[in-house]
Design a protein around this ligand. Sequence first.
Ligand code: NDP
Ligand code: X2W
Length: 351
Amino acid sequence: MNQPRIGVVGATGYAGVELIRILSRHPLLKITYLAAQKLEQSETYGHKISAFRQFGELPALEPFDLERCLDLCDLVFLALPSGISGRLALQIHHAGKKVIDLSGDLRLPKEVYESWYGLASPLTQKDTHAVYGLSDWQAEQIANQSLISNPGCYATAALLSLLPLCQTKLVESQSVWVVDAKSGSTGAGKSPQPHLLLSELSNNFYPYRVGCHQHTPEIEQKLQEESKQADLQIQLTTQLLPIPRGILVSAYIPLCSTISFTDLYEIYQNAYHDTPFVSILPCGEWPQIQSVLGANTCHIALHVDNRTQMLQIFAVIDNLQKGAAGQAVQNMNLMLGWPMETGLSLIGSAP
Ligand SMILES: NC(=O)C1=CN([C@@H]2O[C@H](COP(=O)(O)OP(=O)(O)OC[C@H]3O[C@@H](n4cnc5c(N)ncnc54)[C@H](OP(=O)(O)O)[C@@H]3O)[C@@H](O)[C@H]2O)C=CC1
Ligand SMILES: CC(=O)N[C@@H](CCC(=O)OP(=O)(O)O)C(=O)O
């Protein structure tokens, strides 16, 4: 079989570069199209992104052109800002190509998207719904699909932490689940913004978009679907850490019945027994962002507090890997019928 031809649009952004880092080592495909926006003319990728300086096997980086993208690709990753990405994803998909959209544009119903993102949704009534690409949770639903909406970074860490609870009777119906989430600065993309200056960010740490973060409905939607509790809510706090990469989610969940650590651990092990990318840590071990940097992995730790009748659940991911490019490549592997770990590292880069 010919190797599938793969394109990346948004190839100079943080998620795009991470995609190309992974795809350039993937054994079963050929990268045939790399595009961004602010380019006068085509140039070598290594000239623009110096980490690739000596890597001469990539196509030239071009200003995006839809016709060329359709001519040159069988499957396209869109790593573009929300508000731009979804519309292009639908155009490319309607032209018969497989698409993985990393933006928030196709993750939510039209009205919900418009109220949380403050942008016009690209969805119309007749659009095929994209499949939500939470690959470690629903690999079967992703296999052989042609339009995937890749989850948000906070949403990935939160959902991997919380979804196994949805199939138990451990939690109060109508309870509010507290999700305290912290991210490194690459989560905000590479566009210059004052709050991302070294002098603002270093030696600093603070919450942002409290009460209105766009991943709130994305997380609630999936939890409600899996628990069949339409009123389940989360209280999400997002915070900016003075590090470039990584997310730590700490979730606090009221219990309505008691459970031992061993039984809870078994529920989580069973939930992720099919994936090599999610590890449940043994009793008393706590996850560290450093352990997942550069890898498409998620480490989850559990604590049952019998004193307060609460569960504490902690998860770490690399926002650019499991939270974006790594999960997107895992989704591609599933879509194309390949083993889902193909081309993906299981080992973090730290220390
Ligand atoms: N960063 C992260 O951790 C995560 C990001 N995401 C999502 O992935 C997407 C990309 O994020 P990120 O890489 O951080 O963003 P960046 O701002 O770092 O990169 C955006 C990329 O899109 C390109 N671009 C922008 N507008 C256009 C256009 N009209 N036509 C062609 N190319 C265009 C930019 O090129 P140029 O510079 O030439 O304009 C750049 O290559 C976003 O939707 C984001 O929400 C999802 C999960 C995690
Ligand atoms: C640190 C930081 O700013 N992180 C980003 C997360 C980016 C992301 O995943 O956003 P989408 O929903 O558009 O994909 C944020 O909080 O908006």
